[in-house]
Design a protein around this ligand. Structure first.
Ligand SMILES: Nc1ncnc2c1ncn2[C@@H]1O[C@H](COP(=O)(O)OP(=O)(O)O)[C@@H](O)[C@H]1O
Ligand SMILES: [Mg+2]
Length: 260
C-alpha cells in the first residue's frame, strides 16, 4: 500500500512524496522532456558511491511517464540548520568532496551542485538530482548550457549569456566552483548570488575576507579559497581539495564544538 504524502512541481519536473509500509518514505520523480539521461547517470553514480549518492530504487515508466524512484531523504542542506554545528559542516565538506572525486574519476560531472541538491539522511550527506549530469567520455554535448546561474563561475556565466568569453569550459572545474560556492554559503549562513558578476580580483579578495571572519579549520578554508579560484586552470580539483583538507590531519582537532 503506497500513499501520496504531498507533491511538488519544479521547472517541469513532477515529484511525488510517497509513504509505503514496505519501502518506507520514497520520492517518485517524473522527468520532463529530454531528461531520460538522468536515470542512467544516477544509477551509475549510485553504484560508484552508494554511501554518497541518494539511493535510487528503480527507473521505470509510471502511467506512461518515465521516472525514477528514490529514497526520501530527511533534509536538503538548504533546509538543514547548520548554526553552531561546525562538525556537521566539516563532515558535509569532506564527504561531498570524496563523492565528487569518485564521480569525477569516472568522468561523471554533476553540473548542478548547490545546497538544494545535496541531501542529508541517516547521518550521511548525499549528492542528488542528476538531472543535468553527464558522462564526459560519451557523446554528450558538454558545452550546452546547464545548471543554476548563481552557482556558475564568471567565465561560464559569460559563456552562458553569450558574452565575451568563448574558450573551453572544463566541466569538472565548474563542479568544483559550484561546490566551493555551496561550502562558502553554508559556512557563512548567507547566499552570494552575484559573485559571478564580479571581476577575478574582487572574487579572490571577497572570498578571502569571508573566510577570514570564520572560526573554522584552516585547511578547509584554504581548500575553499582554491575551489573558488576564478581561473579554472589554477582552480583546485576535487582531489586536490580533499588532499589539502586531509594534510597533517589537522582538521577536526581544536574546533570548539561538540554539538553533534
Ligand atoms: N530523494 C529526495 N528526498 C527528499 N527530498 C527530495 C528528494 N528528491 C527531491 N527532493 C526535493 O525536491 C526538490 C527538487 O528535486 P530535484 O531532484 O532537485 O529536482 P529538480 O531537477 O526539479 O531540481 C529538492 O530540492 C528537494 O527539496
Ligand atoms: Mg534540484
Amino acid at each position: 500500500m503506497i500513499e501520496l504524502a504531498y507533491s511538488l512541481v519544479t521547472n517541469g519536473t513532477k515529484l511525488y512524496f510517497l509513504n509505503s509500509k514496505q519501502y518506507g518514505k520514497l520520492v517518485l520523480k517524473l522527468y520532463h522532456e529530454g531528461s531520460i539521461n538522468e536515470a542512467r547517470i544516477h544509477m551509475k553514480a549510485f553504484k560508484l558511491c552508494p554511501g554518497g549518492v541518494v539511493k535510487i530504487l528503480g527507473a521505470n515508466s509510471y502511467n506512461g511517464e518515465p521516472g525514477i524512484l528514490l529514497q526520501r531523504c530527511r533534509y536538503t542542506t538548504e533546509d538543514y540548520d547548520f548554526k553552531g554545528k561546525s562538525k556537521k559542516l566539516e563532515d558535509l565538506i569532506k564527504s561531498t568532496l570524496n563523492t565528487m572525486k569518485i564521480l569525477h574519476d569516472s568522468d561523471i560531472v554533476h553540473r548542478d551542485l548547490k545546497p538544494s541538491n545535496i541531501f542529508y539522511h541517516d547521518g550521511k550527506f548525499k549528492i542528488g538530482d542528476f538531472g543535468e549530469a553527464a558522462s564526459i567520455n560519451e557523446e554528450y554535448e558538454l558545452q550546452i548550457n546547464r545548471g543554476t546561474k548563481s552557482y556558475m563561475s564568471r567565465a561560464y556565466i559569460m559563456h552562458y549569456e553569450g558574452g565575451l568569453w568563448n574558450g573551453r569550459i572544463d566541466a569538472k572545474k565548474e563542479d568544483v566552483w559550484a561546490l566551493g560556492k555551496t561550502f562558502l554559503e553554508l559556512l557563512c549562513g548567507v547566499r552570494f548570488p552575484d559573485l559571478n558578476r564580479r571581476d577575478d580580483n574582487f572574487v579572490r579578495k571577497f572570498v578571502e575576507e569571508q573566510l577570514n571572519k570564520l572560526d573554522f579549520c584552516s585547511n578547509i578554508k584554504e581548500a575553499i579559497l582554491g575551489m573558488l579560484e576564478p581561473n579554472q586552470d589554477k582552480r583546485l580539483s576535487m582531489e586536490d581539495a580533499l588532499n589539502l583538507i586531509n594534510r597533517n590531519n589537522s582538521c577536526g582537532k581544536g574546533d570548539n564544538d561538540n554539538t553533534l
